[in-house]
Design a protein around this ligand. Structure first.
Ligand SMILES: O=C(O)CCC(=O)C(=O)O
Length: 332
């Protein structure tokens, strides 16, 4: 796995050496000029595909998400859970995987599964990649991206029991805030519940229809007890009307990157785990976010990469994190 990750880094560098400019990704277009709308006709957000029914497509068009029950088998979920525990307990080297801790649990003597709230950049892991590359999952993804699919952002999210400071919540946000590639309509998140998720253990919430809006300004929420690294939120949205999404183990929700969503506090003594990937059509293009609402997050992500010894710009970080999942690698 480590070898594959370093091969990936070399590929990125080879791409960059071949480009005319050293600090701007060759295919970059300006965020300001990139059209937000990518298609016209009856369906804008979904593509013709035999997998989704007309009713399901209409639901996604209107609401920006669709829940598919029991898409992922228990056996694969259990393999992924054990693999997560291997990382948490330090039984396998983490390589370039990013391991994140809950800010308030980090001040206690919590360890392992009781401390780690997310591992990301896990697309090259031999076990976890079985989920990201699962044909049944990709068949659904294709309804939003088309046939050439890149797995761009891979995470296993763990919510340990909250410390009492409510830092296990995830503030309302739009995932596009973190992404320098477009068009937004050809990006989709898949989020699979690894156990029953409820209001009590911090299920997802969504603001239906918000995917039809624009990218909003995100900031660190001003919460008394602080917030986890890079957990930006849309200010003033804490009281907005939300729909909670309780799910059974294996249920998968697909959602648009402009959909406002987040998750609640885990008030139980158990864990709430989910595995998730943002996929994009490989003919999406990288954009230059200079002067846009994303300029600050770009710097934060570049700084995080630098701390891991990777001197990459915003677009290069995403190139580095990504992996072809189906079809051909085109622009991304
Ligand atoms: O799994 C969660 O609690 C929320 C995840 C999420 O919204 C994200 O990582 O963008």
């Amino acid at each position: 796995m480590l070898k594959m990750a370093s091969e990936r880094l070399n590929t990125v560098y080879r791409h960059l050496k071949g480009s005319k400019t050293s600090n701007v990704y060759p295919k970059c277009v300006s965020a300001a000029t990139y059209p937000l709308y990518s298609s016209v006709g009856e369906f804008r957000y979904t593509l013709d595909n035999p997998i989704l029914s007309r009713g399901q497509r209409q639901f996604y068009e209107e609401n920006g998400y669709i829940l598919i029950p029991r898409l992922v088998d228990d056996d694969l979920i259990e393999e992924c859970r054990l693999r997560f525990l291997d990382y948490c307990e330090g039984r396998i080297p983490k390589g370039n995987i990013t391991m994140m801790k809950d800010i308030s649990l980090a001040k206690t003597n919590a360890k392992g599964e009781y401390l780690i709230n997310k591992i990301q950049d896990i697309v090259w892991d031999d076990v976890l990649s079985k989920y990201f590359l699962m044909p049944k999952l990709l068949d659904y993804v294709e309804c939003f991206t088309g046939p050439n699919i890149m797995a761009m952002h891979t995470m296993l999210i763990n919510k340990p029991p909250d410390s009492g400071k409510e830092t296990s919540q995830h503030p309302p946000h739009q995932d596009l805030h973190y992404f320098p590639f477009r068009p937004a309509d050809r990006i989709v998140a898949a989020w699979t519940a690894m156990e029953k998720v409820t209001r009590d253990n911090g299920c997802l919430f969504v603001v239906p229809g918000s995917h039809r809006g624009v990218l909003l300004k995100h900031e660190y929420p001003k919460l008394e007890n602080g917030v986890n690294k890079a957990y930006h939120g849309i200010q003033g949205y804490d009281t907005i009307e939300k729909v909670e999404l309780p799910m059974e183990k294996g249920d998968t929700v697909f959602f648009h990157p402009l959909l406002i969503h987040g998750s609640g506090v885990n008030k139980t003594r158990g864990f709430r785990k989910a595995i998730s990937c943002h996929y994009a059509a490989s003919d999406c293009e990288y954009i230059d976010v200079t002067g846009s609402l994303q300029e600050e997050v770009a710097k934060e992500i570049e700084d995080m990469a630098k701390r891991k010894g990777l001197s990459l710009n915003f677009q290069e970080v995403w190139k580095y994190r990504s992996r072809l999942a189906r079809g051909s690698e085109l622009n991304l």
